[in-house]
Write a protein that binds this ligand. Sequence first.
Ligand code: SF4
Length: 391
Amino acid sequence: MRKKAIFVWPQEPYLPTSLFKHYAYLGESAAHARKFGDVDLIDLSVQRVHKSDMRSRFRDADFVFVPVEAYAARSAVKLAELAKQSGNAKTLAYGSAPSMNPNLFRRYFDIVIGTGHWEKVFEMLMEDPASLQDHSREGIVSDLGHLDGKLWPHPPLDMLPMDEYLRISPGQLEINVQKGCFYNCSFCAEKSLVPENGTYMRDPYNLIAFIKANPGFDFYIDATTFTQDRGWAKEVCERLSSLDKPIRWKTVTRVDQLDNEIIGLMRSSGCYKIGFGVETMAGRLQQKIRKNVSADSIEEGVNLLNRHGITPRAFLILGIPGQTARDVRETKSYLDSLETEQRWKEYVPFERIPSMSDIEQFAEFERNTHKFHHIPGLSKEEYVSLLETKR
Ligand code: SF4
């Protein structure tokens, strides 16, 4: 008999500003599971659902799959409790937070995906749940291999709450094309999801198929570092350039992984904006977070992007331990001098997650307020105005 699964993104107090994980972790996962059974999907960050409706959908399911990010960990646990009260569905947690502390999440969920590629787990559970036993230890699954880039599912627009998503990002669809990263920045969760020193890419033809099927949209082609595999990045650009109807797209890479040739190819295939992590210009902080980007490479990258007509966008962090007001202001005025678009975000202390012993400790990650990390000399007004810089 076909298994039934429901994917549920936990509730959050405010609407999300970034939809990447909603398209990829929730949507693409559900699309893959749907190849092997019946799948339902709810995104509680944008949808309101009556508790009675949730209960009956949980009751109908064999599995409840919950992507868990640190900022929604406590509401994910409440969902697991509701699922258990409602019926006999097995609950499963996956995502960044469980990968960093699988034992803690195992207290609340029947199955937890530690490291590795979760699509394989959904596939096994939907087809033959007993087969997962060989790959799990006390309910924690790890290292199940990776999905062939040709088989990566597309975001399932028929299942996702697209009206709500398009209100948040008008005219734009997102698709994930890369997992893993050769770098190891201390503040980034990617290494806990894909610990090996490698990257996995969506097959360029698979990407083009999604784009062709959805005319009239701009695309956020989500990558860890788009130009990390140069051959693949060039092939994607060539395929995009040969589309009958040109598209507009944006992505993310490292500024030290850009050069005149690749930027030219990206531009001619419709790329209009590239985000890259700077985080901070203070050398001692760059060492600390293992993200070293020199002023020379930033200046060179920004100038090249501007010359090709692509908007550069710098990602920056507020609240790195040891950061001072002077560090923040010097970083800002340097990027202002390059006239670069800036997106400041609060530092997330992921390093604390592996040693957490109580789910309530995740309250500190919730996005209920600005955290006002202690940055000596920086006023609350300055802190908030940086975070509210137009995104
Ligand atoms: S380069 Fe980007 S994706 Fe890679 S580890 Fe650093 S922040 Fe994460």
